[in-house]
Design a protein around this ligand. Structure first.
Ligand SMILES: CCCCCCCCCC/C=C\CCC/C=C/C(=O)SCCNC(=O)CCNC(=O)[C@H](O)C(C)(C)COP(=O)(O)OP(=O)(O)OC[C@H]1O[C@@H](n2cnc3c(N)ncnc32)[C@H](O)[C@@H]1OP(=O)(O)O
Ligand SMILES: Cc1cc2nc3c(=O)[nH]c(=O)nc-3n(C[C@H](O)[C@H](O)[C@H](O)COP(=O)(O)OP(=O)(O)OC[C@H]3O[C@@H](n4cnc5c(N)ncnc54)[C@H](O)[C@@H]3O)c2cc1C
Length: 642
């Protein structure tokens, strides 16, 4: 199963080898539980481990393999981030995709050797979503052949970029490029922020940390202002766009090609989200098979809480989602790598499809991951609320994904633009022009679902039902939009008035893609036992998801009330079937105790002993009487006694 999850037997084996090596290297372990550290201590601890890793990485992993790097990162540095998180996630990808060969030769080897630390600075205090209204300017000075970076007012301060505040000394900065008073829109520039020797901010740069956040606090998300700060012309990233010495602008082959670093993260973060969801579920499911509370049959002893159907219903559909996201994420990464290669050689024809797909996926996956992790926390009762479970940190980090790389509603609306264009093709009889991801929009569907009517139809009837609801909602939302425009409404106003319906279409389309990715994967599996276990999970997935969106299929009679009852029964049937495999389905992800960082979710299941040990190690328990008591509470009580 681990081979299915991680892509191959070799990958699963390598993960095990890496975890085993790390287990033998105490210098790479947290020196004490992270929740007992202050933010400064955590940042220090992370930097300590990071530097050891830089020295010893080659002994542990193949540093050129992103999957090995990611595993090493999760084990040693953990999900709260590290001082170089954005360096790998965005700075290097931005340089790789957007810098010319010459620029790459100059900067990439230094970045890869970690001579310099970089980040991606785009969002500002006043604008994150609407890139056209970013306010930082890069004005070309023809006389000196330099760009002058400037922050015209407080809202133009860069705000949020990870590791910008304290750790990075370089950044890819996105600024509006102005040449001879003409604004060419946002473009990426390579900018040195700090002196390479002293790490002091360079003159003209104002920089710092934006303060503690809900989670992810090892990362120093930062602010940055420029006061007429000069950089050479050749620091504009020039793979696709060029500015010649005389100010001539050579436009890129696609208007949005400079957005590729964002698409990179949107594609890669899906499996990251799956891992976080599976981690939280691993903790909750292990704990649920240790925790005994109440009886189902009063004549019997107390049961493991995992025996309760409500507990299974809370956890198992999310287990199915974690697998579904992992499989859909793996497909998306493959597609992304393909499109990136094409883009580098000038073929930009697939960019729109990739943008639409990743926009929808990042939104649906992050939202459902958040839901699943929160349910996992509640499934652990009171102990889930303790930082000892570590689920709250996993939750905080995961839901950051609903916001970063494009706020979810906004990204769903990006996909909706693509769906509405596709609907227009269908309506004008040009369905043959639909891309493969939306081809179903042009296919006539049956009048009613045949779920429960065709025995052994596999998942075909389910897929058809998802296609039906997605198609219907897309055409309905598009009709609403076109109708408003026909009535004379301006395009943007009409769009806004339909946006809830449009986003519903985007979610349904994306959920269909996830179901199909899961079906594709299960169909490929040769090993009978693995196929059986995953088929059960897929049954739960399709029935649970369909129940969740049933109103769309009920309202036009595609599904009947009796079919709905059938689907509900299937959910209950598969909850029961999955119960014996539940812990294994999560243990198969092979998270080590070091990586999980959870007292509740430890492999040995010694929950109570470990919780007591953990509580005793709380810094508050170093003394029996706190100074807050001697200084304030004790005098108060004494005064009251007089
Ligand atoms: C094994 C390895 C595993 C690795 C796992 C890795 C895990 C990673 C975890 C990382 C953890 C933490 C890191 C956090 C880092 C966070 C970083 C950031 O947040 S960076 C900032 C991100 N910011 C955004 O995403 C901003 C969102 N806004 C936008 O993207 C745009 O403004 C947008 C798209 C909303 C609008 O853009 P614009 O104003 O320029 O659009 P127009 O209206 O002019 O045009 C719309 C038109 O353009 C098309 N379009 C838009 N984007 C793209 C694109 N990228 N590609 C192709 N086409 C694009 C769009 O479809 C429209 O087309 P149209 O034909 O007109 O409909
Ligand atoms: C943990 C974290 C890490 C980050 N790291 C980085 C980084 O490394 N580099 C970087 O540059 N940035 C980073 N960011 C910033 C992030 O990319 C932005 O916060 C994000 O893109 C959302 O933009 P915003 O804050 O402007 O939200 P807003 O756009 O202000 O969103 C507020 C509300 O307005 C709604 N809204 C906005 N526009 C529309 C619209 N057109 N239609 C409908 N609704 C709309 C949204 O849906 C939302 O409900 C990070 C953010 C976080 C939380």
């Amino acid at each position: 199963m681990a081979a299915q999850i991680w892509g191959s037997e070799k990958r699963a084996r390598r993960r095990r080898e890496i975890s085993a090596k790390i287990a033998q290297m105490p210098e790479l372990h947290d020196s004490k539980p992270l929740p007992f550290m202050t933010r400064e201590e955590k940042i220090m601890e992370s930097a300590r481990k990071l530097t050891i890793l830089t020295e010893k990485m080659g002994q542990i992993i193949d540093p050129t393999d992103p999957a090995e790097l990611y595993h090493l990162n999760n084990e040693v540095l953990g999900l709260e981030g590290n001082p170089m998180a954005l360096h790998g996630v965005m700075f290097i990808p931005a340089l790789s995709a957007q810098a010319s060969d010459e620029q790459q030769a100059k900067w990439l080897p230094r970045a890869l050797r970690r001579e310099i630390i970089g980040t991606y600075a785009q969002t500002e205090l006043g604008h994150g979503t609407n890139l056209q209204n970013l306010e930082t300017t890069a004005t070309y000075d023809l006389a000196t052949q330099e760009f002058v970076l400037h922050t015209p007012q407080i809202t133009a301060l860069k705000w949020w970029p990870g590791n910008l505040g304290k750790s990075s000394n370089y950044a890819v900065v996105v600024a509006h490029m102005i040449i001879k008073a003409k604004n060419y829109g946002p473009h990426p520039f390579m900018v040195q922020l700090r002196d390479e020797k002293t790490h002091e901010p360079l003159p003209g740069i104002t920089i710092g940390d934006i303060g503690p956040k809900m989670a992810y606090n090892i990362v120093d998300n930062g602010f940055l202002g420029f006061n007429k700060y000069r950089i050479p012309r050749t620091n504009l990233l020039m793979r696709h766009t060029k500015v010649e010495a005389d100010g001539t602008y050579i436009k890129p082959p696609h208007a949005k090609i400079n957005y590729s670093a964002m698409v990179h993260v949107r594609a890669y973060m899906l499996t990251g989200q799956a891992i976080m969801l599976a981690s939280a579920l691993n903790i909750a499911t292990r704990y649920s098979s240790v925790r005994r509370q109440g009886q189902i049959d009063k004549s019997q002893p107390e049961v493991k809480v995992l025996e309760y159907q409500t507990q299974q219903h809370r956890l198992f559909p999310s287990i199915a989602r974690a697998y579904a996201f992992q499989f859909a994420g793996a497909e998306t990464v493959k597609l992304y790598e393909h499109v990136l290669k094409e883009m580098k050689s000038g073929n930009v024809s697939l960019m729109a499809d990739l943008h639409a797909l990743t926009s929808g996926l990042k939104s649906v996956v992050t939202y459902q991951t958040g839901e699943g992790i929160e349910q996992a926390r509640m499934a652990c009762g009171g102990h889930g609320y303790s930082m000892a479970s570590y689920i709250s940190e996993i939750y905080g980090v995961a839901i950051g994904g609903c916001t970063y790389e494009g706020e979810n509603m906004v990204m769903l609306l990006q996909l909706a633009r693509y769906l509405v264009k596709s609907a227009a093709l269908v309506k004008s009889g040009q369905s043959s022009k639909l891309g493969p991801l939306v081809a179903y929009l042009g296919v006539k569907s049956e009048p009613t679902s045949l779920i429960d009517r065709i025995p052994n139809s596999g998942f075909t009837e389910y897929v058809k039902t998802f296609q039906h609801v997605s198609k219907r909602q897309t055409l309905k939302a598009a009709d609403m939009f076109f109708g408003l425009m026909e009535k004379g409404e301006k395009r943007e106003i009409a769009w806004n008035k339909c946006s809830v319906e449009l986003n519903r279409a985007s979610r349904l389309h994306t959920r269909l893609f996830i179901v199909e990715a899961f079906v594709r994967r299960v169909n490929e599996i040769a090993d009978i036992r693995i196929k059986e276990a995953l088929t059960d999970l897929l049954h739960l997935h399709v029935n649970y998801e369909l129940l969740d969106i049933a109103s769309y299929a009920l309202e036009d009679g595609f599904l009947s009330a009796s079919q709905l009852d059938y689907i509900r029964d299937q959910v209950y049937l598969y909850l029961g079937k999955i119960r014996p495999n539940a812990v294994s389905l999560l243990d198969s992800w092979e998270f080590s105790d070091i990586e999980l960082r959870s007292v509740l979710g430890r492999r040995d299941g010694n929950v109570y002993e470990n919780l007591f040990k953990w509580a005793k190690s709380s810094p508050l328990n170093k003394t029996d009487v706190l100074s807050s008591v001697t200084q304030y509470l004790k005098p108060m009580m004494e005064k009251a006694r007089l």
